[in-house]
Design a protein. Structure first.
Length: 230
């Protein structure tokens, strides 16, 4: 069974519409929608925005359903000039950019007491996503790289530059690494699939609403294709 988490209604609404044999379960103030997506057993859930909602949702998903992997879908801000609005980013790994225990000698983003600096996405899921994307989104560029997550909508050149300098991120969003973190603690494979809605700079607040729908369309098409391959 496949677990699919999006932060906002818009990111999961189309997936829910496409599901058959739907059953709803409520937990942690969230609605878990179980059914078949493109022939595969799946649970789709809206977590809400930010790391705490995402972490709570992921643990509830794992506790209530026998999911064999967790996929986080949605939109993100690009951190690289070569990654354009509408493109897809598949995570190689993810980290929490607002974790700061530097005063105690840790690196920026490093979580005290944890063995890993970033959470590594599952290779098999990455391969399936890449192949699936080339089939269903042939005109869209697919990139692979680090996703940097924080409780912040990034919309300034300064913050964008800071994220690139410190973490070499590909894109930024507000849930992915929290989902990855919980999946890691539960030893469940994960992947973050994000479509780019803005450039995470001074134009981000204007670009975001304009391109949100298009970006979501691309990620929904890919997630549906992936479900059929899993
Ligand atoms: N999600 C989409 N664009 C984003 C941005 N610029 N910062 C954080 N999360 C985002």
């Amino acid at each position: 069974m496949l677990g699919i988490i999006g932060a906002m209604d818009q990111e999961v609404a189309k997936l829910k519409e496409m599901m058959t044999e739907v059953e709803i379960t409520k937990a942690a103030s969230m609605e878990f929608c179980k059914g078949k997506l493109n022939g595969t057993e799946a649970v789709v859930v809206r977590a809400g925005v930010g790391k705490v909602n995402a972490a709570c949702c992921t643990q509830a998903l794992i506790d209530h359903f026998p999911v064999s992997c967790v996929i986080n879908t949605g939109i993100a801000g690009s951190l690289q000039a070569s990654i354009d609005i509408g493109d897809i980013v598949l995570a190689t790994d993810a980290l929490e950019h607002d974790m700061d225990a530097v005063s105690f000698g840790y690196g920026l983003g490093q979580i005290p007491g944890m063995e890993v600096f970033s959470f590594t996405a599952d290779e098999k899921l990455r391969k399936i996503a890449k192949e699936g994307c080339e089939k269903v989104n042939p005109d869209i560029s697919v990139h692979e790289g680090r996703v940097v997550t924080g409780d912040q909508f990034v919309s300034s050149k300064e913050k964008k530059t800071w994220l690139v300098e410190h973490f070499d991120g590909c894109c930024t969003e507000m849930e992915g690494a929290a989902i990855a973190h919980v999946a890691y603690l539960n030893q469940i494979p994960f992947l973050i699939v994000r479509a780019i809605s803005d450039k995470a700079d001074d134009s981000a607040h204007m670009d975001y609403p304009t391109f949100e729908a298009k970006a979501i369309e691309h990620s929904v098409r890919l997630i549906t294709e992936m479900a059929g391959r899993l």
